[in-house]
Design a protein around this ligand. Sequence first.
Ligand code: HEC
Ligand code: HEC
Ligand code: HEC
Ligand code: HEC
Ligand code: HEC
Length: 301
Amino acid sequence: MMKIRQSAFGSEGRCGEEEKKVLTCPPVPRAHAGRARRSLIASIVCLGVLVVMTVSAMGNSIRGSRHDLSWFNQRGYGTETGPMQGATFNNYQEACIYCHTPHAANSTAAPMWNREMPDPSGYNMYSSPNFDSKVPDAPDGISLACLSCHDGTVAVDAVINKPRFHDFVDAGTHYKMSLEGTAGSESCGKCHNRQEGVYGGIGGAHDASIRYLTKDLRDDHPISLTYPTFDLDPGFNQPSLIKEDGGRAFLNGIQTFEGDKVQCASCHDPHNPDEQNMEGRDPFLRASNRNSALCLTCHAK
Ligand code: HEC
Ligand code: HEC
Ligand code: HEC
Ligand code: HEC
Ligand code: HEC
């Protein structure tokens, strides 16, 4: 699979594009930087932006992206200490460990998976009378792996195996990617939900509520359903590459997984922050959606 993905990204020259952006972009390119600049920590933030830019220049790497949980304070403040790592979740000082472990993994959801999984009951799935294939009652496979952070029911640092070869400080609190609930709830939304948060906006915490998918998936693109064959629905293009897990892939990297199912990772590559990184967003898309190219990979419209 690695081969397919690499050739898909390599052929687009996105890496080079990103490097060019590093050289030409304005000094403070991130979306929330305007707010942060007004605060007292302006100079530190600027330093942080420089660090982020350097990291981004590595291109297509998870390091320094929003999926590098060992890097959040550097992203926000340019230092290792800040309001998050070591205060709201454990800083394990490794990017991969929040999702993968080399040994004793739970690999039912995703390869070498290192996370505690959400309870599969209680989801509301997207469904429609037009659908060719049946939507299951709950998300499965890789989608459930994503939801182990994004539905806000499991703490972001709730891993099966913690680092064993170096020390880390236990934060004591273990926040979830959820909106603020009851008083004292451990929710990232305490700061990252500008409308309702106690600290809302103070310190310039960005509004991340759109990234907290919750267990109600009726407003999200359908997942965990089998990709329709041509006979079933000619409205879908058919992927040409056969994968070992039983899924199929298009040449641009868009793919289905075990059981030929559409999952979150059909459209997203959790390791690749993608073309928007320098604008402060990391859509982690497998293929650009400019001119709806991503959508039109599957939908023959
Ligand atoms: C935010 C969660 C997350 C983090 C962090 C993460 N991964 Fe993954 N990884 C996944 C998921 C989900 C899959 C399965 C979906 C897929 O194949 O893209 C996966 C699949 C993989 C695979 C097998 C499929 C492939 O792409 O070859 C490898 C290898 C891998 N990850 C390596 C790494 C390494 C190395 C790191 C750290 C630098 C890392 N991952 C960090 C979520 C993560
Ligand atoms: C270890 C927890 C974790 C896992 C597992 C995880 N994510 Fe994330 N993801 C995050 C965090 C934290 C953010 C940043 C949230 C914020 O901006 O405050 C994020 C951000 C994102 C974003 C970017 C949002 C934006 O607009 O910049 C996308 C897209 C995304 N994740 C998709 C996925 C997909 C797809 C999977 C599974 C393949 C996945 N994530 C698995 C923690 C996780
Ligand atoms: C005490 C308030 C607070 C809490 C709780 C908090 N954060 Fe933050 N976070 C901030 C501030 C302030 C910043 C810096 C400004 C910004 O980038 O939004 C920040 C920055 C970030 C960034 C970097 C954003 C970027 O654009 O580079 C991510 C990602 C993030 N937080 C995710 C989380 C996650 C996930 C949680 C829960 C596990 C969390 N935060 C909990 C206050 C908080
Ligand atoms: C059919 C393709 C597809 C599937 C399946 C999919 N996404 Fe997305 N996702 C996208 C696109 C396209 C965007 C928009 C990126 C943009 O606006 O630049 C996006 C945006 C996001 C964002 C960022 C929201 C924002 O606007 O900041 C998150 C987080 C995310 N997806 C997570 C997930 C998770 C978790 C799953 C599985 C439950 C999933 N996605 C399934 C295509 C998909
Ligand atoms: C990986 C392939 C794939 C990609 C990429 C994809 N879709 Fe889909 N989409 C599907 C499948 C499969 C269904 C379920 C349809 C069925 O069974 O008839 C679906 C369903 C839908 C539906 C619901 C139709 C209904 O009857 O309710 C809409 C709307 C939709 N997609 C829009 C989009 C948009 C917009 C994008 C780009 C952001 C996108 N899709 C990207 C595979 C994909």
